[in-house]
Structures are given as structure tokens and as C-alpha cells.
Design a protein around this ligand. Sequence first.
Ligand SMILES: [Zn+2]
Ligand SMILES: [Zn+2]
Length: 844
Amino acid sequence: MTSTRPAGPDADADPAQAPAALPGTELLDALLAGTDPDDDPVTHVHRLPARPSRTAEWPSWVSAPLREELAGRGVLAPFSHQVAAAELARAGQHVVVATGTASGKSLAYQLPALTALAEDPRACVLYLAPTKALARDQLASVAALADPSVRPAAYDGDTPQEEREWVRRHSRWIVTNPDMLHRGILPAHQKWSSTLRRVAYVVIDECHAYRGVFGSHVGHVLRRLRRICRRYGAEPVFVLASATVADPALAAGRLVGAPVTAVTDDGSPRPGATFALWEPPLTEKTGEHGAPLRRSAAADAAGLLADLVEQNARTLAFVRSRRGAESVAEQARTILRSRGRADLVSRVDSYRGGYLPEERRELERSLSTGKLLGVATTNALELGIDIAGLDAVVLAGYPGTLASLWQQAGRAGRAQTESLVVFVARDDPLDHYLAHHPRAVFGRPVEATVTDPANPYVLGPQLCCAAAELPLVPADLADFGGEVAVAQIEELVADGLLRSRPAGWYWAGRGRPDVDIRGSGGAAVSIIEGATGRLLGTVDGDASHATVHTGALYVHRGETYVVDEFDVEDACAVVHPESPEWTTVARDTVDLSIVSVDRTRRLGAVTAHTGVVDVTNQVVAYQRRRLGTGEVLAEFPLDLPARQLRTRAVWLTLDDRAVARADVDDVALPGSLHAAEHASIGILPLLATCDRWDLGGISTALHPDTGAATIVVYDGHPGGAGFAERGYAVLRDWLQATRATVASCECESGCPSCVQSPKCGNGNDPLDKGGAVRVLDVVLDELARAPELTPEEAAMTRPPAPRSGLFGTSGPAAPAADTADDPGAADPVAPEPEPQPDPEDLVF
Ligand SMILES: [Zn+2]
Ligand SMILES: [Zn+2]
């Protein structure tokens, strides 16, 4: 029951070995001692007050033995939110508990689920986790609490073949993941029928992890699960757990495809903290077009780690890549050595472990006892690890979502004194914005989790999967999107993928539908080590041109490789291991045409639209950039074919009056629109759970399809992932934040923190920073006068989109083994997507 234990020093900790560090505010003062006030990197300090706990009575239906078992683990009374969620689930309502890190969300589902298992000796529970580490932790927790007859067990890619049948036959608490449900369990539902007919609860832990295209697929996997359970006579209750997200009921409802009640009033105690926003200062170094560059976030994080260790503060530093984490730890050790603190060098390490629980337990112990004082880590330590009670946490760069930021920050927290959290901004628009807009960090719920189950590139293949499991009948279609699904089925029938019979729609393809719920389309590209012929892994076909082109630096499981040759036709890239002092960034060109307009908002001289676009994208060159500074070392042309993408976009058109009011002439207009486009792409991830790499854009003084000055931002995934539509729905907030980012940047004419983009196909030229601010001012002025969108207008309901080639290039039905259960692949869970190194990640 790790998650309900109040944060505090570990019982095993030896206080003599780890004397208490200073309280957060004093630690921060110590870090800043001797800093020139003109160079003060701290942009804001926020105090998070301690919050006392609120507990509630045990529900009357919780059995005495379970209560006693929990009391033995120190849980004397449940928190109010645990009881509220448990009561709803017990009453048969789907519920999402969206409360803070370490608030004990697991008890909210364990109470009703374990009670149901005790009351009905044949009842079952399915538990889904986004990471194996979390799955193993929860398995241990349930095993300790449950009656022996429950026999909790994992059923995932790591489960040995010989154990799988045992799990299917005997386990009543099955820990699995959406990938296994999709590929293993649902296609073999007959074999699983004795489990599926008795599923009382389906638990979906950390459900904010399911977003974008992957989240949209998972939404359909859950709809398929509900349909199959219904067929066997079961109507399981879904209990979801999430970090605090915006609109949890809405997001969870979209995910499971049924109404979900949210419990958000967090009754757990929270220790106090001092939270500093930190922006490394500009340096003398220059990048593209002479733009000033900031000191890297990784360099400052390494300095902070060394300083904190010297202050005897047990510290975790979160860095985006594993190589970056190693580099930060190494740099911190170098600093300590140079200060004559050789005694501390061995107490700094990087976390390079995998998923093994023993490894993580060992690390927890070392940090608890003070044997280790400073650890640099990737987000691997963000979830499923019990190391609350740390003195300080350093975040080297925004982790991508506020949910992650709070998860990481939540690792700090001592029972008696307040801890310290430092967010170090990277040289990029979103980080820059957050460093200067504390309310965007502290004053709002985290971004909405965006999924779009109506995406035809997701819906079509998922309808095929559903039909292959059990013929689809008209009554099923409401769950899969109603009219959108009807239209989709007609197309699938016309394409010969489904066959219409009196009893329903049948799968008509060969074998089983081969649908990759993690990939967004296109045949996967194999990464092969040239010297050994070893297959290292695969990358998504869509991403391959930008990530594994000839000459690219490619990171796989923390190791770096350089691509010798990328063969587009054979879909493979041959690589060799190398750790150069540079990284690479691909450059692409984009051509875009508008296919259809779904919605339009006229705002005086400006008009906003959302709809379907065709994008022609070509990676034309790549740059080598120096690690640590991002300085461009060289640029190399590439000869890769153009590719087509049909997706969804949001776009703004400005008529002549708007352009005149913005006071940009013909010469300044292209650079002004281009700069506004770059900055808006950099900022959209503030409001939608995406990454700037999930988005693309173009801007032009005269677009042939609109006949006006136009800025387009589009989803980089076939069919869209909901990001562009989210931008349309929150246009004012989005563009206000964009304008503030550009206007507040202290550079003169544009830099990576405001309007330069690391992946611009035009080499960041032309860019007009001042013109961008004036263009955005005109748009915002018009938006201020326009009526707010109604919730219906803002909601992402939309007509079915035209589509083409649902299954990408891999063909409609790749041959598959007849028995879908126990797929041949050892592990159906794709590795966590690994961020490719940004020059900023590393210190040298
Ligand atoms: Zn700037
Ligand atoms: Zn550009």
C-alpha cells in the first residue's frame, strides 16, 4: 500500500547518516548565494502550503478482515476522496478519481474490487497499467491485501508462455495492458470467456497516459472489451485513476465511451514546498542567424545537483533522455571534484536501470538512507516508485505535460519541513512561457487529455478488429460513434474489408486485421546494426524520414547510433554505434491544400477555420548541431521522396484590413506570419497533451486555397489526433499565450525561446518577431470582440472525414497466425517512445 502512506522519511533511514537539509526557502537562498543580481536565473518563487488530510469513515460494506489488513499497513482511516470514489464504484457507476500524486488513488478501486471478489468467489478484476513498472507495483500491493483465492497475476509480454494458461484459468485479478487486451485477450475471447463473463471491475490506472492517436486506439479497445463482456453477460464497472487533469469526467468518458463521474476533491495531506522557476541566462554564444543562446538547462541542472548535494539535500534531477541524465550526473561529479569534495562524488549517480522492481527498491533504499544524495534520472522514476520524502527535485526542462511536471515535483516532500522544487527552463517557447507565467504552472488544472476516437484512421481499423472478434450489429454502433461509424462501415464494405450479411457485418479480410495501436501509420522501419546484422528495433514509418535518415543521430535505449544508410523501399536503416559531440535535426518542406472546411468563425477581418487538409511533406536536409549549445555545425542535403498526409488542421486567414492594421508591409508579412506560426506551434502543447513534434504548420502571405494571408497548424498524424481541433476550441487562450511568449522574450529579433523552430524547413528565414506580435494583436483584438464559443461549439463533434488507405502501406490484412492468443512477438508493448536528443539535453 505504498501510495497511501503519508509522505515522510523512510522508517529504515538512518538520521545520523542523512542529517536534515535546510528548509526549501533557505536551500534556495544557499543556491543563489554569490549570484550577480543581474544574472539571477530565478523568475518566480511559489510557496505550496502544506495541506492537512481529510479522512472519512470506512464504508459499511468494507469487510473487517480487509480493514484490519489495511490498519496493519498504517491505513487507519481512508481519505475522503478514496471513500467518495469507492462508494460510486460500489453503486455501479463508472468513476474517475483525479487527485494529486501519492494521494492513494489505488485504495479507491481496491476497496470495491476486493470486496466484490470476496463476496463472489468467481468474480474477476482486470487492471490495466500504462507501464510495466507500475503494473508490478500494483500486483505486489494487491497480492498483499487479497484473499489467497484471488491469485493476482500479470498477463503481459513478460508472462512466460507456460504460465499464460494458468493465469487465464485461475487468476481473478489480472494485471495487463491495452496492447495485450488488443492483441491477446479480445481476439481470443472464447478462451477467455470464463474470465470475461465475471469481470466485475475494470481498473484503468494513470489513464491520462492514453492520449493522442494511441489514446484514441485505446478508447476503441475499451469499447471492444465492453461489447465482448456484454456478449457474455457482464457489465463491468470502470474505475479510472488519473493525475489532476482538466475535465477528467469528459476525458475519461471519451476514453471508455460511457458517462463517467469524477472525484477530484483530494483529501490526502500534502507537505509544503518552495517551487522556483528558473531560466538560464543568455550567453555570448550564438545560433542560427546570430540568435543569442541561453546556457543549457542541463548545465544548470548539473550545477544545481552538485550544489544541493553539498547542502546535504537528497535530490532527484529529472532529465529528458537517459544519455542526458548520465551527462548531468557526470557533470555534477566533475563540479564536486573541482571543489575538493571527493567524499561526495560517489554519492551522485544516474538511474539507468530498467523495470526490475529490485533495482528500483535498491535505489529507493540508497536514497532513503542517504547512501546516495543526488540522482539524475529520466522520467522512468516518475511513476511507480516510492521515494517521497526527498529534500529537493530539479526538473531540467518541461517534461511535456503539467501532469508529468506535478508527478515529478511530487517526489519532493518531507513531513516536517518544506522541500524545494526547481524547474529549469530550456531554450524553447513553451519553457520560456512557463518560466515567465507562473499562473500557467500554479494557477490552472493540467491540460486536457485529448483523444479523438472518431479519427477515421483509428475508427476504421478498430471496427475491423471488432468485427473479426464478433460480427458487428447495428446496436453496437452507438458505442463506436453512431453516424460516424455507420459511414465508416459503408466504406469498409465498399473496400471489401467487411461483408454485410443478414446477421451483421463480418470481417472479410485475410487472417486477422493487423492494427498497431501505438503506431500512427505507415510500415515500420527496421533499425539494423551494420556490423552484426542485429535488429535493434523499429521506428514508426511516419516518423522515419525525420529520425533515421542517412546521417541521423539515433538513440535506442539510451545508446547512440549514427545512420549509415536509410533504405526507403526496404524500410530499413543501417546504423553503427557512435557518440559524436553533435546531434542532428531534420529539415522539411511542406505543401498544404485544404480538402474540406468543417467549422468557421468569422471574427471581423480575421477568420478561424478547422477542417481536413492534405499535406505533402518532404525531408530535404539535416543539420548537425553541437551538443550543449545547439550551435549549427553543418547542413547536409537529403534526397528523400515526398510523402502525403491527410489530416486535420486549424487555420487563420487575415484579410487586407487585418494586415493593414497590423502595420506589416508586403516585405514584412511573410516573416511575421511565419514567426507567429512557429511560436503558436511551440505553445499549443500548453493546452493539449501533445508535443511540438506532433504538430506541423505552414504560413503564407497568399494561400491559393484561401486567397488570403494564412497561418495553418496541423496534426502530424494521419486523420488527426485531436490537437488542431483543441487549438480551434481554445483559440483565445492559445494565441494569448503565444503573443505573451514572443513579446516577453528579451532577444532582439528572434531566438529559440520565442520564434525560431528547431525543425523549420526554411532555415528559420524569414522571421519577423515584431510583426508577429502585431499580427497576433490584431487577431486577439478581433477575438476579444467575438462572442465566446458555446460548449457545443467548442466540443469536438464533427462529421466523418474523407479518408484514403486506412491501413497505410502494409495492406489491409497482413497474414497473421490463426490463434491470436499468445502472439509470437515476445512483447507486444512497444518501448516507451524515446525522445531523440535535443542539443540542450547534454552538457559537455
Ligand atoms: Zn527570443
Ligand atoms: Zn518555419
